[in-house]
Design a protein around this ligand. Structure first.
Ligand code: GRF
Length: 191
C-alpha cells in the first residue's frame, strides 16, 4: 500500500507512522502546505520524499488542492493520510486524486468536529461541554467536512483538573497508537 501523508506542522503522527515501519506500507510522499515545518524534518529523517505546495504559489486554494491531488496521483499513492493537515480540501483535490483519503481527528466525531475544530480548540470544546470522555477518530475524508465514514475510534477519559493542554497530550498518545493499528489493519486487509 503506497502511502502519502499531508501535513502542516509538528508531524508527531507522521513520525509515529514512519517509526512503526508497518509491514505492507510504503510511505512514498509527504506533502506540506507550509514550508519549514517540523513534519518536513521528520520526512527527511526517514528519507521520504517531501514537497511543499503553498496556496501563495497557485492561482487560488482550489488550484493548490488540485496540485496536491495530482502529486499524489503521480506518486501512485493508494491511501492519503491527513496527519495534522490544517486546511479543508476543496473539490480540485477529489477531482485529481481517486485513491482513498483518511484523516485523524482528536475527538469522538461527530462530537467536536467541523469548522474551527482544530488544535487546542477541540479539547477546549470538550472541557466546556463537560464531557466525561473524549478520544480519537480515524475516518474517511469526503467532501463533507469531518463527516466521512468512521474507520476506528479510541476513548480517552477526561480527568478532573484537565486543561486543554493536558487533555491534548493524553489524546495524542492514543492518536499515535490507534493510527499505527488502523494502518496495520488496512495494509493487512489489502494483501
Ligand atoms: C493531531 O491532534 C491530529 O489529530 C490533528 O492535528 C494534530 C496533528 O498533530 N488533525 P501532529 O502534527 O501529527 O503532531
Amino acid at each position: 500500500m503506497r502511502l502519502g501523508v499531508l501535513v502542516s506542522g509538528r508531524g508527531s503522527n507522521l513520525a509515529a507512522v514512519l517509526e512503526a515501519r508497518i509491514p505492507g506500507i510504503e510511505p512514498v510522499l509527504v506533502v506540506s502546505n507550509r514550508p519549514g515545518v517540523p513534519a518536513l524534518e521528520v520526512a527527511a529523517r526517514h528519507d521520504v520524499p517531501a514537497i511543499v505546495l503553498r496556496r501563495a504559489d497557485h492561482a487560488d486554494a482550489g488550484a493548490r488542492d488540485r496540485a496536491i491531488g495530482e502529486a499524489l496521483t503521480s506518486a501512485r499513492v493508494d491511501v492519503a493520510l491527513l496527519a495534522g493537515y490544517d486546511q479543508v480540501l476543496r473539490d480540485g483535490y477529489f477531482d485529481a486524486f481517486a485513491g482513498r483519503t483518511i484523516n485523524i481527528h482528536p475527538s469522538l466525531l461527530p462530537a467536536h468536529g467541523g469548522a474551527g475544530m482544530v488544535g487546542l480548540a477541540v479539547h477546549r470544546s470538550v472541557l466546556e461541554a463537560g464531557d466525561p470522555e473524549t478520544g480519537v477518530t480515524i475516518h474517511e475524508v469526503t467532501r463533507d467536512l469531518d463527516g466521512g465514514p468512521v474507520l476506528a475510534q479510541a476513548r480517552v477519559t477526561v480527568e478532573a483538573g484537565d486543561d486543554p493542554g493536558s487533555l491534548a497530550a493524553r489524546v495524542l498518545r492514543e492518536e499515535h497508537r490507534l493510527l499505527v493499528e488502523t494502518l496495520r489493519e488496512l495494509a493487512a486487509t489489502r494483501s
